[in-house]
Design a protein around this ligand. Structure first.
Ligand SMILES: O=P(O)(O)OC[C@H]1O[C@](O)(CO)[C@@H](O)[C@@H]1O
Ligand SMILES: [Fe+2]
Length: 192
């Protein structure tokens, strides 16, 4: 059976992660309501200047088990309150789907947690490949001063479940304490 996809090559700039051949999806601070834990700090940023938090490339490949979705994700430096800029984060709809991220530039963490309550962080620094196994929700966090650029790949039929994180949040937050990243319990985390 053919899946109607021809071989192709895409360019991603090693300096900034961008592709000039595709349009990126962009998430601004105003798109992150209910995601950053400090709602007042978020509103203040939106009122002053609604800045770009992250962008990423999504391919329009058929979402079948034989295809692999891939692209770069660029999380810009900055904070909302004491929380570092980050992606929304998600589980995969097919929960047991892993994903790999390769850090091209910048520094940060991949925060991961599964429904059983296990959690971990992987370190993003240039050259590190961080693997998030099946069942783990994942969120990229920029703890540095430069854009955090990663390349990701996962099976194309996995799907994204954003609702669980939007409703419950992650169990953990990564915040700045004394100029350094620290993982703390999320005071707003809901159990159901
Ligand atoms: O999907 P989120 O949580 O907004 O984060 C975006 C990143 O996650 C991905 O969905 C991959 O897991 C990419 O499209 C992108 O790198
Ligand atoms: Fe994912």
């Amino acid at each position: 059976m053919t899946n109607n996809v021809n071989p192709f090559t895409l360019f991603f700039d090693l300096a900034n992660g961008k592709s000039n051949e595709k349009e990126s999806s962009k998430r601004y601070v105003s798109n992150m309501k209910g995601i950053f834990h400090n709602e007042a700090a978020l509103q203040q940023v939106v009122d002053e200047e609604d800045r770009l938090v992250y962008e990423f490339y999504e391919l329009d490949l058929p979402q079948t088990e034989g295809n692999i979705l891939f692209g770069t994700s660029i999380v810009y430096p900055g904070k909302v309150g004491d929380e570092y800029n980050m992606t929304k984060g998600h589980f995969h709809t097919i929960l047991d789907t892993g994903e790999v991220y390769y850090c091209i530039s910048g520094q940060g963490l991949l925060l991961m947690e599964n429904p059983e309550g296990d959690w971990d962080t992987g370190e993003f620094k240039p050259g590190n490949a961080v693997y998030t196994p099946g069942r783990y929700a994942h969120r990229s966090i920029n703890t540095g001063d430069e854009p955090l650029v990663t390349f990701f790949a996962f099976r194309a039929d996995a799907g994204h479940d954003y609702g669980t994180i939007e409703t419950k949040g992650f169990r953990k937050l990564v915040v700045e304490r004394d100029g350094k990243p620290e993982v703390i319990d999320n005071p707003n985390w809901k159990d159901n």
